[in-house]
Design a binder for this molecule. Structure first.
Ligand SMILES: Cc1cc2nc3c(=O)[nH]c(=O)nc-3n(C[C@H](O)[C@H](O)[C@H](O)COP(=O)(O)O)c2cc1C
Length: 354
């Protein structure tokens, strides 16, 4: 068993008790106003009890039109912040570090929940509770609505929303903040030549395509305290001809470090439906050694489902792993994977089970 996976990691003033973390996963279960519900407290609370060192709460909209669906969480009203305070406090009191991923969804927004009739590939139009998506260029994702090309004024508004969302996340008690910059959301769309075909200062060379994404990171750093860490989830490549390459992304990653980002979280693909899909164990973690060249610690998600994957990943490939679907199947996956004496590792409330 890898001792390193279970060893602490310090980022700024926050110590993560281990390096096995819950990957952010949308629950599409917010109340009609976008606030956390009992479902979130039960779901994230049980994953905290399951032994992850950090619970990353799902992609949470910085503004109504930056959510993916009408059932996403938001963090832009006082009621939402009150719900997040309850959620972050529950996670911390059960013994994990509460973290939140902020979502700025770009063109992949205003669609149905996966289990609804509309489904996640179908737009919910403005008249039915949806909204007009914004993106670098008026290029739609698959069958979703054609986004409006962002103006500089839209950009300024989004950056202001991001500063406020970061402040709200701090007030709610979250200790770690992550920007969702992968999976075809706005940050990723600006970077990729496949989604950004602008001819102004935000388009063209990689250096120019990086400008708005770097502004996004600066906005978060403005609203987020100096002593708390900021992560960015970003693709290791686009997995498609003419898309972003790993070399491009390492260049971006090095710039993120200079802007006050503390750790990278790799999650590739999904910019366009034709992108290659990676399925093999540890697929994003395998990019980890290359990204360490950017000078930042690296985490990755992607098909971590067996205890031996932790040994293979930490520290050889990455500094921490995020576990997704395995933890939907079993909230106690980390405790089982660790295989330690249950009287030492499991919650005392459960000791009579052993
Ligand atoms: C139901 C579900 C919801 C997800 N929601 C998000 C999300 O909110 N933010 C994000 O960055 N990734 C999201 N993902 C991707 C996961 O965080 C993870 O990166 C991916 O599932 C690969 O890891 P795994 O193989 O351990 O599941 C989601 C995945 C699933 C299955």
């Amino acid at each position: 068993m890898s001792d390193m996976a279970w060893s602490p990691l310090r980022l700024r003033d926050i110590t993560l008790p281990n390096r096995v973390w819950l990957s952010p996963m949308c629950q599409y279960s917010a109340d009609p106003e976008g606030a956390p519900t009992d479902w979130h407290v039960a779901h994230y609370g049980s994953r905290a009890a399951g032994g992850v060192g950090m619970v990353m709460v799902e992609c949470t909209g910085v503004a109504p039109d930056m959510r993916t669906t009408t059932r996403d969480l938001g963090i832009y009203t006082p009621e939402q912040v009150a719900g997040h305070r309850r959620l972050a406090s529950a996670i911390a009191s059960i013994g994990s570090v509460p973290a939140i991923q902020l979502g700025v969804a770009g063109r992949k927004t205003s669609h149905g929940v996966p289990w609804g009739n509309a489904g996640s590939r179908q737009t919910v139009p403005p008249g039915e509770g949806g909204w007009q998506p914004l993106a670098p260029s008026a290029l739609p994702f698959a069958g979703l609505a054609v986004p409006a090309e962002m103006t500089t004024r839209d950009g300024s508004r989004i950056l202001e929303d991001m500063v406020l969302a970061a402040r709200n996340a701090d007030r709610a008690g979250y200790q770690v903040l992550e920007l969702h910059g992968a999976n075809g959301y706005l940050f990723h769309e600006f970077l990729s030549p496949l989604a950004n075909q602008r001819s102004d200062e935000w388009g063209g060379s990689l250096d120019r395509r990086m400008r708005f994404p770097l502004e996004m990171v600066r906005a978060l750093r403005t609203g987020w305290p100096e002593d708390k860490p900021l992560l960015v989830r970003l693709p290791a490549e686009d997995l498609l001809t003419d898309g972003l390459t790993t070399d491009d992304m390492i260049t971006v990653a090095a710039r993120l470090g200079a802007e006050g980002v503390d750790m990278l979280d790799l999650s590739s693909g999904a910019l366009v439906p034709e992108a290659r899909r990676l399925t093999e164990p540890l697929h994003n973690a395998h990019y980890g050694p290359a990204f360490r060249a950017a000078g930042l610690p690296v985490a990755a998600s992607g098909a971590v489902s067996e205890p031996h994957h932790l040994d293979e990943a930490v520290p050889n490939l990455v500094d921490a792993v995020l576990v997704g679907r395995a933890m939907l199947r079993d909230p106690y996956w980390p405790l089982r994977a660790r295989g330690a004496d249950p009287f030492e590792s499991w919650p005392k409330q459960y000791h009579r089970a052993f």
